[in-house]
Design a protein around this ligand. Structure first.
Ligand code: IPE
Ligand code: IPE
Ligand code: MG
Length: 251
């Protein structure tokens, strides 16, 4: 049960996941890395399903970073193929469960066969508002921030905005995540303790849960455990404990 007056204790509105450890999962089994990616899709399904059942309105999955383009070409190609397969196979589920598919990152860098599947899935799910599933594809936080800054600079140069009108809200409105709430909880699998360029702006006050579990082994129980850990955190947003959780605001 929740112990105080902050919004921790409630279900997070936005959960973001750094899905890591596919390669190691495969290597530990003597399999090629891509088999880890293939198995990772099962975990994606489980987490999407669980978030939807619980009524979490925003789920964001870090699926491919700008930096990941530097991996060996066969691995990148297989990942792109799996991405298309995933989108097309899940589309009926998204429609059935009223899940809207959204993308952040440089989607235009993706191969045409992936862009085509994304466009089809996005347009078929655009009207859904129960849950937004966002895939971060060719995504990097610094890249996103620079693109937002460039848009603002263009607007300023064209006289559409004055520099003094640029606020945090205006800036956030130029990010790929415009209109979405910031993540309350960021989960990273595989034991790595870093953010790897994920949601740098948006994660300013996120709670982090790190687990040693490799992504292909991450399922519903692990997701529920992360949510449970989140529910026991005390979010203070820079305030004192008393301010954030007034004694009068108890159970
Ligand atoms: C995460 O697993 C998936 C992507 C980054 C696409 P990795 O492929 O990074 O797996 P490890 O970290 O090498 O084990
Ligand atoms: C982060 O994982 C990117 C994704 C999960 C898509 P990486 O495996 O690419 O991150 P690093 O290299 O360990 O920081
Ligand atoms: Mg990795």
């Amino acid at each position: 049960m929740r112990s105080g007056g902050t919004d921790a204790g409630a279900l997070p509105r936005h959960v973001a996941v750094i899905m890591d450890g596919n390669g190691r999962w495969a290597r530990f089994r003597g399999l090629p890395r891509v088999e880890g990616h293939r198995m990772g899709i099962r975990s994606v399904r489980a987490v999407v399903e669980c978030a939807r059942e619980l009524g979490i309105p925003y789920l964001t999955l870090y699926a491919f970073s700008v930096e990941n383009w530097g991996r060996p070409e066969p691995e990148v190609s297989t990942l792109m193929g799996l991405l298309r397969e995933f989108l097309l196979s899940e589309l009926p589920e998204f429609v059935r469960h009223r899940i809207r598919l959204n993308v952040i990152g440089e989607a235009w860098q993706l191969p045409a066969f992936v862009r085509e599947a994304l466009a089809r899935t996005q347009s078929a799910t655009a009207v859904h508002d129960e849950m937004t599933l966002t895939l971060a594809l060719s995504y990097a936080g610094r890249n996103e921030i620079v693109r937002a800054a460039r848009k603002l600079a263009e607007d300023a140069a064209a006289g559409r905005i004055a520099p003094e009108q640029i606020s945090e809200e205006v800036f956030a409105g130029r990010l790929d995540t415009a209109g979405m709430p910031d993540p309350d909880l960021v989960i990273r699998t595989s034991g790595e303790l870093r953010v790897s360029n994920f949601l740098l702006w948006q994660g300013a006050y996120a709670e982090f849960v790190f687990t040693d579990v490799l992504w292909p082994d991450f399922g519903k129980p692990e997701f529920l455990q992360a949510l449970d850990e989140y529910s026991r955190r005390h979010r203070r947003f820079g305030l004192t404990e008393e301010q954030a959780e007034p004694p009068s605001g108890g159970k």
